[in-house]
Design a protein around this ligand. Structure first.
Ligand SMILES: [Zn+2]
Length: 467
């Protein structure tokens, strides 16, 4: 094994050099301007490992380097100095995390005579989009749980938190316009106040994580429509879908989206759902049928497609890029499409040239049981850690897709996952996922990963706080 080869996610390049760094000779951390908080974390975590990095000695230097790309870093270890250079703040943060892994592995048996081999790690992410989706609509999680998830993501260099906040079972952002929505919550009541959301946003920013909030339409809206049956095709029998034709539906949703977006003033991307809407109510609705005929359509799905494109256009008018789940409909090209049912959706989406997020369920849905010992529902497959690890988003069409594939995103739906099980569902499969999202395909080797994971687990690195 390359002696520096314990880092997760596995780096692009590891260059060994002669000599060793005696860990006890390290005595200070010198931070460039604005990097002091990373230095403080290294000093704190070194202290937990029994090392004093404040007494003067071999320095650990943190610096920004304009020659290095964003999110990328170089970690240079010699007997006389450790240098961590990042292309931006995130790059320094990730480089500091890699150094802590080496340090933690080195002192697993105590600090005495512990050493790190000299050499250099040069690393850069494979994908600029490295996502995790959490469903807070089915089961509701505390602010503390969300922050624990964000902290874990930061440790694993995941940088997009897709937050599924609204579904049939709950509407989880505070609404002053429609406060009745916050009474929903069939599996667990609760909602995030403006203050909660602000706290989570601030924490995510510290973690270099972007939030993509999701609001659902035209399906997955049973709870909301039970409170607002006038927005259904048949108010006497409200289902899960908004009526596609009633003008008051658009007025309502535009107000709701505007309020929802205001909770996330720095969000540049918003998810509009769009998946799994049933056509039964639309097929029976005189207004939907009339509008369909006026437009000359032979398929109600075309009306649904217009509806989603209109809502996406409204989101765009707020200066926000919309995302929808893949439905088979063609969305205006600037809408990002999240593929989830099959790798073939990539190929379908490619025809219209939309950008894509890769979340194919049998490779990346972490609500699926990792083993037969876990509770599961009849729609679920077993998804092992190696199954997640071996996910390859590019499949056979790499050349065609190019930059249109933003990156992969793993998803945790919570129909069967109450708050206290969130971390149990994530660990360790999310470690495997981070390597799919960050590491070059040619650097991924399952048994090598398992070894590194065991080294880092055994030495306690996963228990150290990254912030
Ligand atoms: Zn209708």
């Amino acid at each position: 094994m390359e002696n520096l080869d314990v880092v997760i996610p596995r780096p692009q390049t590891i260059i060994s050099a002669p000599g060793v760094l005696k860990v006890e000779s390290v005595g200070e951390v010198i931070a460039g301007e604005g990097l002091e908080r990373f230095a403080a974390v290294i000093v704190r975590n070194a202290g937990i490992m029994g090392l004093d990095f404040t007494q003067g000695g071999v320095p650990v230097k943190l610096e920004l380097s304009p020659e290095i790309k964003v999110e990328s870093f170089e970690l240079d270890i010699s007997p006389a100095e450790v240098k961590i250079s990042g292309g931006d703040m995130a790059g320094v943060f990730y480089g500091a995390g890699a150094f802590e892994q080496l340090l933690c592995a080195a002192v697993a048996r105590g600090t005495r005579n512990a050493e790190i081999p000299c050499g250099k790690i040069v690393d850069s992410p494979r994908f600029s989009y490295r996502g995790f989706m959490l469903d807070s609509a089915r089961h509701f999680q505390s602010v503390e749980t969300i922050k624990s998830v964000l902290a874990l993501m930061a440790k694993l260099r995941l940088n997009v938190f897709h937050w599924h906040l609204c579904d049939s079972q709950g509407f989880r952002t505070e609404s002053k316009l429609f406060p009745e929505l916050n009474t929903l919550g069939t599996m667990k009541p609760g909602f995030y106040t403006s203050e909660d959301i602000a706290e989570i946003r601030a924490f995510a920013a510290e973690c270099f994580i972007t939030i993509i909030p999701e609001i659902e339409m035209p399906g997955h809206s049973q709870g909301l429509l039970a409170l607002h049956p006038e927005l259904c095709c048949d108010p006497g029998n409200p289902g899960k879908e908004f009526c596609l034709a009633k003008p008051e539906v658009r007025t309502f949703l535009e107000k709701l989206i505007t309020e929802f977006a205001a909770h996330f003033p720095d969000a540049k991307v918003m998810h509009l759902g769009g998946d799994e809407a049933d056509t039964a109510h639309w097929n029976e609705c005189p207004e939907c049928q009339k509008l369909m005929k006026e437009k000359g359509y032979d398929d109600i799905r075309k009306l649904e497609n217009d509806f989603m494109n209109d809502m996406a256009a409204f989101v765009r008018s707020l200066g926000i890029t919309p995302v929808t789940w893949f439905t088979g409909s063609v969305m205006e090209q600037s809408t990002i499409i999240q593929v989830w049912r099959s790798i073939w959706e990539l190929k379908e989406t490619l025809k219209n040239g939309n950008r894509m997020i890769f979340s194919v369920h049998d490779q990346l849905y972490l609500d699926y049981p990792a083993s037969a010992a876990e509770p599961f529902e009849n729609w679920m497959l077993v998804l092992t850690e190696s199954g997640v690890y071996n996910t390859e988003p590019f499949a056979a069409w790499e050349k065609d897709i190019g930059d249109l594939l933003l990156g992969p995103e793993t998803c945790l739906w919570t129909e069967t996952v109450p708050d206290h099980r969130i971390m149990a569902k994530l660990n360790p499969r999310i470690y495997a996922f981070c390597e799919t999202a960050w590491s070059q395909a040619k650097r991924k080797e399952w048994y090598n990963y398992v070894h590194r994971k065991e080294v880092l687990s055994a030495c306690g690195w996963f228990d150290l706080k990254a912030l």
